[in-house]
Design a protein around this ligand. Structure first.
Ligand code: DLZ
Length: 157
């Protein structure tokens, strides 16, 4: 049998940063609540979680890079809500945010998870921020917890 290395979903004693964009605020708040619920459910204490707010998804990667540089967190959870408008703006911001968030994780060697909604309509954003299709903030928090523990396992090998 091969050796399998994986992270648990135990958040106890770990420090998390949530970086969240303010645009489409009602949905963004629901993502933050979902992430916080998930962190608490898995053992994180509120005093070990800091929420950093930035203007919009375009700034998520920048803010996450600064938070990573400042240190003090085991993982960063990036949350934001993009809703398509009449121009290609959405595509530029979505592409940039996704690439930047990914780069922070790679360059800093820190788990950085992606809870950015890229929706065509407000109804889709509602569905993905705590109704029919779940809460992507909650999922991003779970991914962050698992990755923190996976990194610990890899480093312990
Ligand atoms: C400008 C803009 C637009 C049109 N739409 C969104 C959006 O749906 N979601 C989001 O998070 N941010 C949006 N923004 C703002 C940009 O992300 C950014 O904050 C501004 O362009 C300032 O740099």
């Amino acid at each position: 049998m091969p050796k399998v290395v994986e992270g648990s979903l135990i958040a106890t004693g770990k420090k998390f940063a949530i970086v969240a964009g303010r645009w489409n605020g009602a949905f963004a708040e629901r993502l933050i609540e979902g992430a916080l619920d998930s962190l608490r459910l898995h053992g994180a204490r509120d005093e070990d979680v800091t929420v950093y707010r930035c203007p919009g998804c375009f700034e998520l990667g920048q803010a996450a890079a600064k938070v990573a540089q400042a240190g003090g967190h085991d993982a960063i959870i990036c949350l934001g809500v993009l809703i398509r408008g009449a121009t290609p703006h959405f595509d530029y911001i979505a592409g940039k945010a996704t690439a930047d968030i990914g780069s922070v994780g790679l360059e800093r060697g820190l788990p950085v998870s992606y809870g950015v909604l890229t929706c065509d309509t407000q109804a889709q954003a509602l569905e993905r921020s705590g109704s029919k299709v779940g809460n992507k903030g909650e999922e991003a928090a779970l991914a962050a917890i698992e990755m923190v523990n996976l990194y610990a396992q890899i480093e312990a090998q």
